[in-house]
Design a protein around this ligand. Structure first.
Ligand SMILES: Nc1nc2c(ncn2[C@@H]2O[C@H](COP(=O)(O)OP(=O)(O)O)[C@@H](O)[C@H]2O)c(=O)[nH]1
Ligand SMILES: [Mg+2]
Length: 247
């Protein structure tokens, strides 16, 4: 499958793989897991966004309503993270209310963070935003799950149906960070959106689970290392010899 092939060429280094310095490989032994779901209307570029983030590539033609789960190890701010990204089928509004099937609801509950995508060329996808946002909040009650809003297809300004600043205003109202991107033309903005979510989730994980934080701060006992034992034994021996000769 074309997509799978291009996923193998991802620029980020795999844990312990070639190109990873030994220290980074060691730090990657048990990378923190960050689960991100990408939701939005149909045809807004969700799959393109996920593929762009993971492979840096824009292919242009994607399987419809795939709903695949992708995972990669990516180094962000010096920390190796295991990122899982769940692509989802497009949602629609039926009789003024959002229609989400149970599978999508499961994805939303599963996620540590969400990307809500709309296309500036599709007003209906913009209308979905606040419905989706409130739906996400309902499925994560009492939990400030980080959400970013992404306005895609910024390269198609000549056929826009939504002013990008309207997206920004709505995002501000909802308290979300807003990114205007063109998945087809720019990788950095796409990366920045995911990067922010990873940082937010990382922050939440370290502040919300003191038990986990405590255990991660306590160094794990190292397994006996023969070289080290030999060195310490020699040191102890020579110290003894010194003590004896100085008497
Ligand atoms: N011009 C342009 N086309 C895009 C962009 N992002 C996605 N597309 C196209 O929009 C169509 C739908 O994208 P897709 O990722 O399948 O949308 P999904 O249904 O939300 O997953 C595809 O033909 C993509 O090539 C973009 O930034 N600019
Ligand atoms: Mg898709």
């Amino acid at each position: 499958m074309r997509l799978t092939q291009s996923m193998c060429t991802i620029a980020e280094c795999a844990p312990g793989g070639e190109g990873c310095p030994p220290a980074a490989a060691a730090a990657a032994a048990r990378p923190r897991l960050v689960k991100i779901a990408v939701v939005g209307g149909s045809g807004v570029g969700k799959t393109a966004l996920v593929v762009r983030f993971l492979t840096r590539r824009f292919i242009g033609d994607y399987e419809r309503n795939a709903g695949n789960l992708y995972s990669r190890h990516i180094q962000i701010d010096g920390e190796m993270l295991a990122i899982q990204v769940q692509d989802t089928p497009g949602v629609q509004i039926h009789e003024h209310s959002l229609h989400c099937n149970e599978q999508l609801n499961r994805c939303i509950r599963w996620a540590d963070a969400l990307v809500i995508v709309f296309s500036i060329t599709d007003y209906k996808s913009y209308e979905l935003l606040s419905h989706l946002y409130h739906h996400v909040r309902q499925l994560h009650p009492g939990n400030a799950v980080p959400v970013v809003i992404v306005a895609n297809k910024a390269d198609l300004l000549h056929i826009k149906e939504v002013e990008p600043q309207h997206g920004l205003q709505l995002a501000n109202m909802l308290g979300c960070t807003f990114y205007e991107v063109s998945v087809s033309e720019n990788y950095n903005d796409v990366f920045n959106a995911f990067h922010l979510l990873c940082k937010e989730v990382s922050k939440q994980q370290t502040t919300s689970t003191p038990e986990r934080r405590r255990t991660s701060l306590i160094p794990r006992p190292k397994s006996p290392n023969m070289q080290d034992l030999k060195r310490r034994f020699k040191q102890a021996l020579s110290a003894k010899v010194r003590t004896v000769t100085s008497v």
